[in-house]
Design a protein. Structure first.
Length: 294
C-alpha cells in the first residue's frame, strides 16, 4: 500500500503560464522530498494546464486537476485541499516560489511543536527563540500588539494540519480577506506555531488579486472591519479587558483611516469607507479622538 506523503503542497492556477514552470521547479529543487504537489487549474485560457501536465509526466508526485468551471480563488484553494493526502498542507501560489529549505523549516517547526494546529512565518523580533508556540489568547495579543503580525501573512507563509483545516471547513471564500480570516479562526481554536521568516519568493505584479490592496482603499479597510467583527464574536479567545483594549484601538484606527481618506483619496472613496464602517460621522469623530485604554 502506498504511503501518504508528509505534506501536500497545493498550487491553484489561473492563467499563470509566465510563472508556473519556475513555481513547480522550486518545489522539485527543494531539500524536503516527502511531498505531493497538487495543481488545480481553474479553467485557464493560456498554457498553464499544458505546463502542469508536462511536469507531471516526469514526476509521479505531481497530480494535476482541472475544474469543470471557474471557481475563483478561495473556492479553488478548498478544492485543492480536498485532494490532499498529507498530514500537513501548505499553499504555493502559481506565481510564487519556494526556497530550498522552506518546507524543511515548516515541517520541522510543526513536529517540534506538536500541539500546534498550524504555523505561520513571522518577520519580527525574537528570531533566536523560534519556533515558539502561542496559545489562542497569546496569538491574538501578539498580532494586535504588533509583536508578531502573524495574521497578516499570506498562504505562502502557512502550514496547516490537514485535519485542522478540514475541521473548520477551510476558507470561507471572502474575497481578499480569506486567509486573514482563517488565521483568526484557527488561532482561536488551536495553538499557533510561529516560525522564523520564510525563505520563499512572493512576486509583486499588477496581475494579482493583492494588487487591489494598493489600488482600492476599501480593500485594506475590510481587514479592519473583519478584525472588529471577529473580536465581537463568540470565537474571540481574549479576556474582556484585552478585548476591549484592542477593540478600542481598532476603532480609533478605523476612524482615523476614514478621516484621513478626505486628504488621501476621493470624496467618493471616503464615503464608501464610512458606509462600510456602519458608523455615523459623529461616532467616527468621537472614536478618532477617544482616549486609549492602557
Amino acid at each position: 500500500m502506498e504511503q501518504n506523503p508528509c505534506i501536500s503542497i497545493l498550487t491553484t492556477v489561473y492563467n499563470r503560464e509566465k510563472y508556473l514552470g519556475d513555481c513547480i521547479q522550486s518545489v522539485l529543487d527543494g531539500h524536503f522530498q516527502d511531498f505531493e504537489l497538487i495543481i488545480v487549474d481553474d479553467q485557464s485560457t493560456d498554457r498553464s494546464l499544458e505546463i502542469a501536465h508536462e511536469f507531471a509526466a516526469k514526476d509521479a508526485r505531481i497530480r494535476v486537476y482541472r475544474n469543470d468551471e471557474n471557481l475563483g480563488d478561495y473556492p479553488n484553494r478548498n478544492k485543492a485541499a480536498s485532494y490532499a493526502r498529507g498530514k500537513y498542507i501548505k499553499y504555493l501560489d502559481a506565481d510564487d516560489m519556494h526556497g530550498r529549505f522552506m518546507v524543511d523549516i515548516m515541517v520541522d517547526a510543526m513536529e517540534t511543536q506538536p500541539e500546534a494546529g498550524y504555523g505561520l512565518f513571522d518577520y519580527g523580533e525574537h528570531k533566536p527563540l523560534f519556533p515558539i508556540l502561542l496559545q489562542p489568547h497569546e496569538a491574538f495579543e501578539a498580532h494586535y500588539s504588533g509583536k508578531h503580525r502573524i495574521f497578516s501573512r499570506s498562504p505562502l507563509n502557512a502550514i496547516m494540519k490537514k485535519e485542522v483545516f478540514d475541521a473548520v471547513g477551510g476558507f470561507s471564500g471572502k474575497q481578499h480577506l480569506g486567509d486573514f480570516e482563517l488565521w483568526h479562526v484557527l488561532s482561536s481554536k488551536h495553538p499557533t506555531c510561529v516560525m522564523s521568516a520564510g525563505p520563499g519568493l512572493w512576486r509583486k505584479h499588477n496581475d494579482q488579486q493583492s494588487n487591489d490592496n494598493r489600488t482600492d482603499p476599501l480593500v485594506p479597510f475590510k481587514y479592519q472591519q473583519l478584525s472588529l467583527n471577529f473580536l465581537a464574536g463568540a470565537g474571540n479567545p481574549l479576556d474582556e479587558m484585552s478585548s476591549e483594549r484592542i477593540t478600542q484601538a481598532l476603532l480609533k484606527n478605523q476612524a482615523r483611516t476614514i478621516l484621513y481618506s478626505f486628504k488621501r483619496n476621493s470624496i467618493r472613496d471616503t464615503f464608501r469607507l464610512k458606509k462600510a464602517s456602519g458608523l455615523s460621522w459623529r461616532e467616527i469623530v468621537r472614536n478618532a479622538f477617544s482616549r486609549q485604554i492602557v
